[in-house]
Design a binder for this molecule. Structure first.
Ligand code: ZN
Ligand code: FE
Length: 255
């Protein structure tokens, strides 16, 4: 069984992502950031949209729910915790739920913090997770609705996925995230090398996503709250992981 994945730009810095199971001939859009680019990509690939898997209620993730539903008759799956804020929902899912996408099992991971109902979709057989605005390449989502402790718990769940899990995120924020990450852990050689690679990719107009859990654990300051150099720099040698996370998040908010 083969899962095909297509990532493309929507709006200014959102990603559209389509997943397709060739044998079952089903196609899902991860969120629905913008109608036309999704329609165009489906046409280019010859795929028929059968479902939308929504991660959270923000407008830049659900704007095209109803227009796509009208155009394709697709079904919409959304987090139970905030389904009332999401247009066109047919099925709600919560932590630990599983369902089939074609022949692939999809596991629902609740990742509250950015919004209270935010979820990620994890397909273990394909070693891929769609995490939207919880974890970014070299960053994480702003904590709009939850608490830093909550966001830290959510990131910890994602960090516990297998190292070789491919991670698709909601936005191309990596270059700005890299600039900030370098202020938190400038001595991290892998981070320095990655930042240079990101500059090269963006200079060529190419995306820096997807990433992997292994790459993020090695370079993303928000997943590196145990790194002695980071704790020392922040003056938080003996603080809890959540407290270190909260301090890094605060600095990023003011960066
Ligand atoms: Zn969002
Ligand atoms: Fe977003």
């Amino acid at each position: 069984m083969v899962l095909k994945i297509e990532q493309f730009t929507c709006r200014s810095d959102n990603f559209g992502v389509l997943i397709h199971d060739t044998e079952a001939n089903v196609t899902a859009s991860i969120d629905a950031p913008e109608f036309q680019p999704i329609v165009d990509k489906l046409a280019e690939l010859g795929w028929d949209l059968t479902e939308i898997l929504v991660t959270h209620h923000h407008e830049d993730h659900v704007e095209a729910n109803l227009t796509l539903k009208t155009a394709y008759g697709c079904s919409i799956t959304a987090p139970a915790g905030e389904a009332s804020k999401i247009p066109g929902v047919d099925r709600t899912v919560k932590q630990g739920d599983t369902f089939l996408f074609g022949s692939f099992e999809v596991q629902v991971i609740e990742t509250p913090g950015h919004t209270l109902g935010h979820i990620a979709y994890y397909l273990p057989a394909a070693r891929v997770a769609f995490v939207a605005d919880t974890l970014f390449a070299l960053g994480c989502g702003r904590v709009f609705e939850g608490t830093p402790e909550m966001m830290w718990e959510s990131l910890s769940k994602l960090a516990a996925l297998p190292d070789d899990t491919t991670i698709y995120c909601g936005h191309e924020y990596t270059q700005a995230n890299a600039k900030f990450a370098l202020t938190i852990e400038p001595e991290n050689a892998e981070l320095v090398a990655r930042a240079a690679e990101i500059d090269r990719l963006r200079g060529e107009g190419r995306p820096t996503l997807p990433t992997t859990i292994a790459i993020e654990k090695a370079t993303n300051p928000f997943l590196r709250v145990d790194a002695p150099a980071i704790r020392k720099r922040l003056g938080l040698e003996d603080a809890s992981q959540a407290a270190v996370f909260a301090e890094i998040r605060k600095r990023k908010d003011n960066f």
